[in-house]
Design a protein around this ligand. Structure first.
Ligand SMILES: Cc1ncc(C[n+]2csc(CCOP(=O)(O)OP(=O)(O)O)c2C)c(N)n1
Length: 643
């Protein structure tokens, strides 16, 4: 409460209500190494209700965990707590991944933490089966509130965790009956116990302020290994506060100086002292440090003796060596959908990258993402690399974030491009945390065809490009699809979205055009022409259209250059000279099967051929023709620009 009071901003209620549970959890159960918060075999603890961050920072202070001298993972100090929510501090309003020990992921958007915890538990199960329980032997805990359990993403993830029987996942639910607007009777009255049981979970209910009861519940949950566990901890929000305890008033505003004083008195604390760290509390947390150090050295010894040691440590390396990949070769003149080329690339990569795993939200047959010859991950058999996410796009992305956060794994997840919107909040977190999740988006334009406007992405490419630190790569042919995959797996600091076609694209002749690897610069000049009076800029499937339009324009005496803009985010980062050389000084026309918004940045006073309306149900070729993605329209627009 002192953190929140000093910052004059934040959420005291949940930290005070869950302090008892957190104390039991960390002091009695969580496996961690005090000197190395990044120890591979530590238990993961996710604070899904990120608004309760003050609790996590307080616990970290008491555990004393931290890597000395490390700006990000150095031990939490009282000064850190005093800087709660201030510019440049490690104690942000909501926990931010990499900022401080014990922050396993960024949380705050409710429900995401549950999905990430499921991903971590799945990652642990997979790696345990791969490398053996001697070296992979940890658990995942999550703390959540009513808000988390109301969110759809958490329900998708809980359903998947129940289906998979992730027994080493234990969720501690702060069942305080309070959210911001008041009591949960206003909006959340289902039987959570029965709901989770129906999803295949072990569920118990305890008084969250009864230390022995909480201890027993966690101990029992740890022994239930065939199902995830939900422990409903009945708590009082703002516990100890005489006037605000149990009320939504404690949720999201400082208690106030007077109420802090009254609360301290009620809890038997000295009201004159702020940020008081009770040595008794410190001892409670640190008494077990000797045993913790022993556990860590025993693990070290087991790892040293394990035949899997080299392979395991290699798999945990954040950078991937793709030099051994035997890429599929695509001959000139062939025609291949880039989703099909991606399927071939996945097989090649899976043979060389053991940490690669992933799947689709029930569209594996369309996204073409299955690793052939590898097993499906199912209940009790986690060693395979094909994940059946079911129709759960949102949890799929959250779980993939959790898989990366766990370490040792490079996940991809797949759906139609149009359903990016179904998991955009998790995609945003991939970008915010800098996690290299690969998003495989097929059916990337109105060429989807007969399924109609519900399935035809129009604004989606532009929407993805708006997310900071995300790369959207739209390869123009099969060889560029190989490059796009290589870019995706070589990236270590953020997500890569691959936009791939359902329809076939001509494989470009690289003896005529620059190599496919040129897309690594984001954009490149595909066709230079000294006589040109216009530059056509296209992405993905529209590169072929630009080339066709160039031929037609030549017939009218208009010479055109063609630029392939595969990834605007990477192009934007190139130096000014390169950008100038690519864009050139001529009038410019962009061509992309999506909204024209965003392209003004590249065409300036030029023009954009695109689709600024929803699509229509008809064969793909017909839809794209009717909506102006055809040679005649491009020629018309160019004529308008070059006069
Ligand atoms: C996706 C999302 N929607 C809304 C919010 C805003 N919000 C933060 S906390 C909260 C209420 C959460 O209630 P509960 O989980 O019961 O937390 P408690 O009141 O017990 O602290 C809301 C609506 C959010 N952080 N994330």
């Amino acid at each position: 409460m002192d953190q929140v009071q000093k910052a004059n901003s934040g959420h005291p209620g949940m930290p005070m209500g869950m302090a008892d549970v957190a104390t039991v959890l960390w002091s009695r159960f969580v496996k961690y190494d005090p000197v190395d918060p990044a120890w591979l075999d530590r238990d993961r603890v996710v604070l899904s209700g990120g608004h309760g961050s003050a609790l996590l920072y307080g616990v970290m202070l008491l555990t004393g965990q931290g890597k000395a001298g490390d700006r990000h993972l150095g031990p939490m100090t009282v000064e850190d707590l005093q800087q709660f929510r201030q510019w440049g501090s490690r104690t942000a309003g909501h926990p931010e991944y990499g900022e401080g020990p014990g922050v396993e992921c960024t949380t705050g958007p409710l429900g995401q933490g549950i999905a990430m915890a499921v991903g971590m538990a799945l990652g642990e199960a997979h790696l345990r089966e791969t490398f053996g329980v001697e070296v992979v032997d940890h658990r995942t805990y999550a703390m959540c509130g009513d808000g988390d359990l109301m969110e759809g993403v958490a329900m998708e993830a809980a359903s998947l965790a129940g289906h998979l029987g992730l027994g080493r996942l234990v969720v501690l639910y702060d069942d305080n009956g309070i959210t911001i607007d008041g009591g949960t009777q206003m909006s959340f009255t289902e039987d959570t116990t029965e709901k989770f049981r129906a999803m295949g979970w072990h569920v118990v209910s305890v008084d969250g302020h009864d230390i022995p009861a909480v201890t027993n519940a966690i101990a029992v949950a740890r022994d239930v290994l065939d199902r995830p566990s939900l422990i409903r901890c009945r708590t009082t929000i703002g516990f100890g506060s005489p006037n605000k305890g149990g009320k939504s008033a404690a949720h999201g505003a400082p208690l106030g100086v007077d109420e802090v004083r009254l609360t301290k008195v009620a809890l038997g604390l000295d009201p004159e002292q702020a940020f008081f760290v009770d040595p008794v509390a410190v001892a409670l947390f640190r008494d077990g440090d000797g045993a913790r150090a022993e556990a860590r050295s025993a693990w070290n010894a087991r790892l040293a003796g394990s035949p899997q040691r080299t392979a395991m440590l290699a798999q945990y390396s954040p950078t991937l060596d793709l030099s051994g990949v035997v890429w599929p070769a695509h001959a000139v003149g062939g025609k291949l959908a880039t989703r099909k080329a991606s399927q071939m690339a996945i097989q090649a990569l899976a043979a060389a990258v053991p940490g690669l795993l992933g799947g689709s939200a029930d569209l594996a047959e369309s996204n073409l993402t299955t690793i052939k010859g590898d097993a499906e991950i199912q209940r009790g058999a986690y060693g395979g690399r094909n994940i059946c996410f079911g129709v759960r796009e949102h949890a799929m992305a959250g779980v993939s974030n959790g898989l990366v956060l766990h370490g040792g794994l490079r996940p991809y997840c797949a759906t139609f491009l149009i359903f990016h919107d179904y998991h955009r909040p998790s995609f945003r977190l991939s970008a915010l945390m800098g996690l290299p999740v690969v998003y495989v988006y097929t059916h990337d334009s109105v060429w989807v065809g007969e399924d109609g406007p519900t399935h035809q992405p129009i604004e989606t490419l532009a929407a993805i490009r708006l997310v900071p630190n995300a790369w959207l790569v739209r390869p123009a042919d099969a060889n560029e699809a190989n490059e796009a995959w290589a870019m995706a797996l070589e990236r270590c600091d953020g997500p890569v979205a691959l936009a791939l076609t359902r329809q076939e694209l001509l494989t470009l002749d690289r003896t005529v055009y620059p190599p496919a690897s040129s897309i690594r610069q984001g954009a490149y000049v595909l066709v230079e022409d000294a006589a040109a009076t216009v530059t056509l800029i296209a992405s993905g499937s529209e590169v072929g259209l630009a080339l066709d339009a160039r031929v037609a324009l030549a017939g009218e005496g208009i010479a055109a250059r063609v630029v392939n803009m595969a990834c605007t985010a990477i192009f934007d980062r190139q130096d000014g000279d390169y950008k100038k050389a690519v864009l050139g000084g001529l009038p410019r026309v962009s061509i992309e099967a999506g909204v024209t918004a965003g392209w003004e940045r590249y065409v300036g006073d030029g023009a954009s051929v695109g689709i600024d309306r929803f699509g229509a149900s008809a064969p793909g070729k017909v839809v794209s023709e009717k909506l102006g993605l055809n040679v005649a329209n491009v020629v018309d627009v160019v004529r308008g620009v070059v006069g």
